[in-house]
Every structure is written in structure tokens, then in C-alpha cells.
Design a protein around this ligand. Structure first.
Ligand code: PLP
Length: 472
């Protein structure tokens, strides 16, 4: 699309919205200004392309399309079929998966689809077979009662939250923790790395139905071949949640033992993080689980969002282009440059560095809590998020860590030299901030915060965000 076409498209859209509710148009415009001006280091965020954004704002939003491609519970879904089939085809080709399900509305939803596909395959199907019936409606009251108890009495082994696991991997505040009896594996206190022998030991003792790998805050690669061997040794289904690092898999930075797709029975992802698509989720699997996965709606999902599936198809097509591999490699190069820059200046990093898109700073090294550090950085124009570190002394709310990631700034074009400048800005703020009278309070000279904000926006000025979009 030409520069003019992008500007015209977004300007016209805002004009149409402004005529109905000007405050919404203003908020959309203000969001662009904020995103342009801040140094966005949130590891789970990115900047989707104008084509991806525009694919979401249209009449596909009006269509109901329960069911799957060619097999809908609603009439008139031929165009939805086109975009859903395209999204699935691009996903299969990109990741080398036998089956792709593009309907999940988010990462949490994708995980729920996967859990229920596994439960259906491992618990429900054998029960139906045993009762010699084809579907749950044909079970007797007694058999149905027994099956429901059995479905709610299964085990999951996943990475602990403070080691970087995700709430949806069986933790109590999430539905997964209420569904499964969960046990966690952590990381080695000396190295900060996953200890596969310990995972194998936990699996032998606990005998989970599902072994989950994947993380939101672990700065290293995971060996999925070893994890699959562990799962196989105890008869567990091996699931990988690659929400965070899907872009690195798509861009072939993670290959061989570090590519989850050939090793896992089922893989879930978000489409909006390092993959740089619209907000959404997806499930990949082999033929064995495909039918169960396709029942995601109405099992746990509301009706599909055709406009988002259209945008997934666009973003996945972009990720299949050769320049996406270059982008993915630059994400990791940038994260490593950022980690080196921080470590050289004295920051304490969990595991000492990174081999993916994220870096976890243990801010107790600066005498701060994660909450204090997050706010001080925000005052200085640097957007990050606080995160627990392994065996966190400050708990999950205040935390002791700051998680930073490079997918967004890499999309904007910043490179390793700018990452070193970014490390300098982060270190300057954290080393000049002192802890206040509570875990949330801190003292930072406002003049210093202003100075760093100005330096951050000067740094960004050379890398305009959506350069073709001029809202006037
Ligand atoms: N899984 C992992 C590993 C995540 O990091 C996240 C979100 O941060 C999710 C799932 C949930 O994704 P969503 O917010 O799209 O539901």
C-alpha cells in the first residue's frame, strides 16, 4: 500500500467514527501518539502492520460463523470460510503443522481449547467407548456423573509462575487451576535454567495427564525434544504454549530441539506478540487431536471473530515472507544487546542474559521492588512491566523483577546500537531511584525523569512508528 493510501484509510476511518462519537476517535488518535512517543519494551506487545489493522475493521465483524470451514451452523458463511481457511493454511505452512485452528479469541482461549481437546481425547472418548455409546447425550445418568468426576480429576505439570510460567498453566486464580490438580517444575537456583532431570523426576512422581511447556518470562530456550521424551516416559500428552515466542519459531530462529511443533502433541499460541498479528489465539496439532480441537467453539469459545481471522490470515501471510525471518533474528540480536548493555552497567539479570526476545532484570540489585522500578521507568518514558523472579521475596503483586522485550522496538527498526542506548537509559533511571516508605513508593528526581523521557523520545525520533500514517 502506498504511503498516501495508509494515511487516507486511517484518516477516513477516524472521520467516520468522529461523526458518531468524537471521544472514541480522539482516544484512537491519542493512542497512536502515545505509542509513537514511548519506548515500548513490553515483551508481549508489538505493532501490527496497517494491512493487519485494517483487515479487522469491517463487516466481517457482523457475521456469525459457528462451526468450521464448510461446516457451519449458520448460512452464508462462504466468505468467512475463505478467510478462516487462509489463516489455517498460512499457519500450517508457516509452522509445518498438520492442523491449525484459527478461531481462539486469545491465548487463554487457545489453552482452554487445547485442555478440553486433550480431556476429550484421553478421558471422554475412552469413557464413551467403554459405555458403547457415540456421544455424551447417550450416557446414562450414572455414567455421565462418573465421567464428569473423571474429567475434573486430572493432573497437569507445568512451569511455576515465578520461574516464568503462565497463570493458565494450572494456577488457582485461572480456570485451569480449578480444573486440574497442578504441580509445577521450577528452575535451578544456581543457573536459573530448567533442570530437565528435575522435570523428569516430578513427572515420574506425579504422573500428569498433561505436561505443559512454555512461558511468559523465561529468558532462555526450552529443549522440547527432551520435554517430549519426559512426557512419553509417563504417558502424558505434551502441550507447548508458544504464545510469547511464536514469532521466533515462525522466523526459524528456534529450530530443531527448540521448535515445539515437531515435538509437541499440541501447540497453542497468541497471534499478537512476537508473531506481530492481531490480538488472538491459535492451536496447532497433529491429525489425532484435530477433530477435538475443532470443537473449541462452542465447547469453550464464543462464536468465531471473522474479522480477526481475516487479520490473522494477513499477518500470517506477512510472517511467511523472507523478511520476517530477518525480523525474528533481529528481535533476538536486540534482546542480547540489551542484556549485555544492562549487565555491563551492573544490572542483575535472571540467568545472566537471554537467548530469546526477553530479558528479566532482578531489581533487588538496585534496592527496588518491581512495582517501584516499573513506575520509575514509566515516569521516564520507558514502558515495561513488573514480573516475579524465581523465588521472589516480594510476591506476585509487588514482585522483584522488570521484564523487558524487544519485538516492538525491533518492528520499529531499532537495532543493537539503540539497544545499548536503551540499556543506558534503563540503568540510569533504576540506579537513581530509591525505595520509598512502602513497596510501591519510590523517590526519583522529576528533572532526571524528564531528561530521560526526552532522551527516549530523541532516540525514537529516528524510527517513526507507522511513518505513512499522518492523522493531521
Ligand atoms: N500464554 C502465555 C504464555 C502468555 O504469556 C499469555 C499472555 O500473556 C497468554 C497465554 C494469554 O494470552 P491472552 O492475553 O491473549 O489471553
Amino acid at each position: 500500500m502506498s504511503l498516501n493510501a495508509e494515511s487516507t484509510a486511517f484518516r477516513s476511518a477516524l472521520e467516520v467514527i468522529r461523526a458518531v462519537e468524537p471521544r472514541v476517535a480522539d482516544a484512537i488518535g491519542a493512542e497512536l501518539v502515545d505509542q509513537r512517543e514511548s519506548l515500548k519494551l513490553i515483551a508481549s506487545e508489538n505493532y501490527a502492520s496497517p494491512a493487519t489493522l485494517l483487515a479487522m475493521g469491517n463487516w466481517f465483524s457482523d457475521k456469525y460463523a459457528e462451526g468450521t470451514v464448510g461446516r457451519r451452523f449458520y448460512a452464508g458463511c462462504q466468505n468467512v470460510d475463505t478467510v478462516e481457511a487462509l489463516a489455517a493454511e498460512h499457519a500450517r505452512e508457516l509452522f509445518g503443522a498438520a492442523h491449525a485452528y484459527a478461531q481462539p479469541h486469545s491465548g487463554i482461549d487457545a489453552n482452554l481449547v487445547a485442555f478440553w481437546a486433550i480431556l476429550a481425547d484421553r478421558v471422554e472418548s475412552p469413557a464413551l467407548k467403554k459405555a458403547q455409546v457415540r456421544q455424551v447425550n447417550d450416557l446414562t445418568e450414572a455414567d455421565w456423573f462418573a465421567l464428569r468426576r473423571e474429567l475434573g480429576n486430572q493432573r497437569m505439570l507445568g512451569m511455576s509462575l515465578d520461574a516464568g510460567g503462565h497463570l493458565t498453566h494450572g494456577f488457582r486464580p485461572n480456570i485451569s487451576g480449578k480444573m486440574f490438580d497442578q504441580r509445577s517444575y521450577g528452575t535451578d537456583p544456581a543457573t536459573g535454567l530448567i533442570d530437565y532431570d528435575k522435570v523428569a523426576e516430578a513427572a515420574r512422581e506425579f504422573k500428569p495427564l498433561i505436561l505443559v511447556a512454555g512461558y511468559s518470562a523465561y529468558p532462555r530456550k526450552v529443549n522440547f525434544r527432551i520435554m517430549r521424551e519426559i512426557a512419553d516416559s509417563v504417558g502424558a500428552t505434551f502441550m507447548v504454549d508458544m504464545a510469547h515466542f511464536a514469532g521466533l519459531v515462525a522466523g526459524k530462529v528456534f529450530t530443531g530441539d527448540f521448535d515445539p511443533v515437531p515435538h509437541a502433541h499440541i501447540v497453542t499460541t497468541t497471534t499478537h506478540k512476537s508473531l506481530r498479528g492481531p490480538r488472538g489465539g491459535m492451536v496447532l496439532c497433529g491429525p489425532e487431536l484435530a477433530d477435538q480441537v475443532d470443537r473449541g467453539c462452542p465447547m469453550v469459545l464464543g462464536g468465531p471473530l471473522p474479522h480477526v481471522m481475516a487479520a490473522k490470515a494477513v499477518a500470517l501471510a506477512e510472517a511467511r515472507r523472507p523478511d520476517f525471518a530477518d525480523y525474528a533474528q533481529r528481535i533476538v540480536d536486540n534482546a542480547q544487546a540489551l542484556a549485555e548493555g544492562l549487565a555491563r552497567r551492573g544490572a542483575k539479570l535472571v540467568t545472566g542474559g537471554t537467548d530469546n526476545h526477553l530479558v528479566l532484570i532482578d531489581v533487588t540489585g538496585y534496592g527496588l521492588t518491581g512495582r517501584q522500578a516499573e513506575q520509575a521507568l514509566l515516569d521516564s518514558g520507558i514502558v515495561t512491566n513488573r514480573n516475579a523472579v524465581p523465588r521472589d521475596p516480594n510476591g506476585a503483586w509487588y514482585t522483584s523483577g522488570i521484564r523487558i522485550g524487544t519485538p516492538a522496538l525491533t518492528s520499529r527498526g531499532l537495532g543493537t546500537a539503540e539497544m545499548d542506548q536503551t540499556a543506558e537509559l534503563i540503568h540510569t533511571v533504576l540506579s537513581q531511584t530509591t525505595s520509598g516508605e512502602s513497596k510501591a513508593k519510590y523517590v526519583l528526581d522529576p528533572a532526571l525523569a524528564d531528561k530521560v523521557s526526552k532522551q527516549a523520545s530523541d532516540l525514537l525520533a529516528g524510527f517513526p512508528l507507522y511513518p505513512a500514517v499522518d492523522l493531521g
